[in-house]
Design a protein around this ligand. Sequence first.
Ligand code: MN3
Length: 242
Amino acid sequence: MTDRRSFFRKTFLLGLSATGSALFSNRQLEALETLGAFSDNKFVLPPLPYAYDALLPYIDEQTMRVHHTRHHQAYIDKLNQALENYKGESDLDTLVKTALKLSPAIRNNAGGHYNHTLFWQSLKPNPDGKANKPDGNLLTAIEKGFGSFEGFKTEFQKKAMTVFGSGWCWLVLNQERLEIVNSVNQDNPLMLESDNGLKIILALDLWEHAYYLNYQNKRADYINAWWNIVNWSFVGERFNQH
Ligand code: MN3
């Protein structure tokens, strides 16, 4: 591991990315760093910001535990391994944005680490089943873009259902417009677009490992449940940073 790599990874974690489009706000990054998301010049698994059983009844404890400690951990382990002889800039932002030019091992595992880190932060417990929706500027933008929050949910769900096999559904801000897009495998919209300032606002994991134990093949039921645990204050903060 070079000092340079260390510098870039720390730069990423501190939210000081030269691209100005770091994954998290400085405050969120400081929290992650405190939690040990980066250690000894290697990517490490950031702890969940809630307990494994905290998302019940919408996502079960075993799914969360396996998804976080095995699937996400495996992306991190394989990413560290794939970077052992890598000479380029290796902050996660840069890896993701240049992923199409990199090896499949770096592309898939940098994507896996990035996407899951964002996904966990975009969830929050809702044990009482309270109504859950965005507010403020994000709600205004959603209503402008999709007619209503319910209209947005319908569009998002429709789009998510069209992902064939494993992939993700995203709400992104593209040239000041909210758009719903899909990606396959562990790709994400930052990889698929040239650097036009696109920003990911919301992420939904559609791999079966995210829901199979509880919902088997019923992806629509999983998505219906997921709306209850979207962390709209986190998501709204991302929107407000643009
Ligand atoms: Mn997953």
